[in-house]
Design a protein. Structure first.
Ligand SMILES: Cc1ncc(COP(=O)(O)O)c(C=O)c1O
Length: 466
């Protein structure tokens, strides 16, 4: 289901209050390990802990709302992708979450970084990352962004339009720098969760269509441009993918394109990037695969397709974002108001309002994303009740967790934690209603470190020129 109407009010469901995948827990204090970073636990009081530090301390020290990163967990996820995909290049998709420290962590664990704006590029530059390990995406890169990439020595630029090919070639000649270039191919595969749609065409802004021949034309054009070094093809098919079927179709179509180019030019392209999109567990309904399982499936798919086309296997890369940053982080909120709301048919739903909302996690409002939550500051003896966690914004659709069982005695002052908040939460955060964005802190061996400080009202007022 897709919500396209972010700003409108959303009313409580009157019929089935709990979705079919959500079952009532026997003990509402129990954590489901698949949702949390490996360093998360509960202590003897029932408070959530991460890397040995209680969230009660974290809230006292840095306030709420706050995003809390388990450093060891994030590093381990990066490391396990690098190990499982040995021989491939793994680029961390910075759009999922980026700050200088995380850019350093992932590169220390053997990954490159994939950025898509001049802003993201500026962060990795400030982090001191070797820009040869960085790729630049984007469907509308400005001349300034391309200049920054060229002069900084970015390792590869993924071009997305004929306008960009012209722009980049002109700039490259002006600067006398010959960039390594891939073309973003639109494969006609759209993958989400266990389902994918394979069509001939895709009605979307990214890439060059394979089906209508534009992708081959783009390859030929890059090949002819004297100031571009064409290295290969790139595809990205979607997000929250649990099944390799979509990658199989995408690999087949991109490798056929690779073979067609080779047949026309006699040149075998050296590289193929299959993008990101590997799914994580936001709720009990999600069943992600390990990097090792994914790697084996992708290796087999590529080997089969290459042998069918009688071509050698190109150098491969992938770009996971969410699967590295997402599960390593939870969002911690303080409960403000609790309100039972009567539904039709005698049912009721407990609305639990916290001190953040759609400005620190837009995904529920934007994509109807499902999240989970747990009471984080104490153990509760109360029975589970169906609840909805909402924010403080002036908006009916300001929902953080649409459906969750929480203890019936949840009350003002309690802490509430939402797992899986590391990807596309802080990076998509806004200042809606002039709400400052929360800080990001990391915990390692009981030590709390600030990665991004809390924004203040003064920061926001400083932008107001009046
Ligand atoms: C080109 C590209 N690569 C990688 C990613 C990362 O996807 P995910 O965070 O789902 O792994 C995205 C996400 O939109 C993307 O557009």
């Amino acid at each position: 289901m897709t919500h396209t109407h972010v700003a409108g009010s959303i009313h409580a469901d009157s019929t089935a209050p709990a979705p079919s995948w959500l079952s009532m827990p026997r003990d509402v204090n129990t954590l489901l390990p698949s949702l949390w970073s490996t360093g998360v636990d509960k202590d003897e009081t029932g408070a959530l802990t991460v890397a040995g530090r209680s969230v009660v301390d974290i809230a006292e020290q840095v306030g709420t709302p706050v995003y809390v990163v388990d450093e060891a967990d994030l590093r381990e996820r990066a490391r396990s992708f690098a190990a499982a995909f040995g021989g491939w290049d793994v680029y961390y998709a910075a759009k999922s979450f980026l700050c200088t420290t995380v850019a350093r962590w992932v590169t220390e664990e053997g990954l490159g970084v994939d950025v898509c704006t001049g802003g993201e590029l500026a962060v990795v530059r400030r982090a001191g990352i070797d820009l040869r390990r960085v790729g630049l995406h984007g469907n509308n890169k400005s001349v300034e962004e391309l200049r920054l990439a060229l002069t900084g020595g970015v390792g590869r630029i993924i071009v997305d339009s004929f306008d960009e090919i012209t722009r980049l070639n002109t700039l490259a000649e002006e600067l006398q720098i010959r960039p390594r270039v891939m073309i973003r191919a639109t494969t006609g595969v759209e993958a989400h969760t266990h389902e994918y749609i394979a069509t001939a065409h895709e009605d979307q802004k990214f890439g060059f269509s394979i089906a209508d021949g534009t992708a081959l034309s783009a390859l030929l054009r890059c090949h002819q441009e004297p100031w571009l070094e064409l290295i290969g093809i790139h595809s990205h098919i979607g997000s929250q993918i649990f099944d390799a079927g979509g990658f199989e179709v995408a690999a087949r179509r991109t490798l056929r394109l690779h073979a067609d180019f080779s047949a026309q030019t006699g040149v075998e392209l050296g590289e193929l990037d299959l993008g990101g999109g590997f799914g994580i567990a936001y709720t009990s309904a999600d069943t992600p695969s390990s990097p090792a399982v994914l790697a084996q499936a992708l290796r087999e798919i590529v080997a089969n397709e290459c042998s069918g086309l009688d071509i050698s296997v190109p150098h491969l890369s992938i770009e996971p974002g969410r699967a590295i940053s997402g599960p390593s982080t939870f969002a911690l909120y303080r409960v403000g108001t609790v309100k039972p709301v009567a539904l039709d048919g005698g049912a009721s739903r407990l609305y639990v309002a916290v001190d953040g909302g759609m400005s620190d996690n837009i995904r529920t409002a934007l994509y109807a994303a499902a999240y989970s939550a747990t009471l984080a500051s104490r153990r509760s003896p109360a029975a589970p009740v169906l609840a909805r966690v909402v924010g403080k914004h002036c908006e009916g659709g300001d929902i953080l967790v649409r459906d969750e069982f929480l203890p019936a005695d949840i009350a003002t002052g309690d802490l509430l934690a939402v797992p899986g908040a590391g990807a596309y939460s802080r990076s998509m955060a806004s200042n809606y209603n002039y709400v400052p964005r929360p800080p990001v802190v990391a915990v390692r061996d009981g030590q709390i470190t600030t990665l991004i400080r809390r924004e203040t009202i003064e920061d926001l007022l400083a932008l107001d020129a009046g």
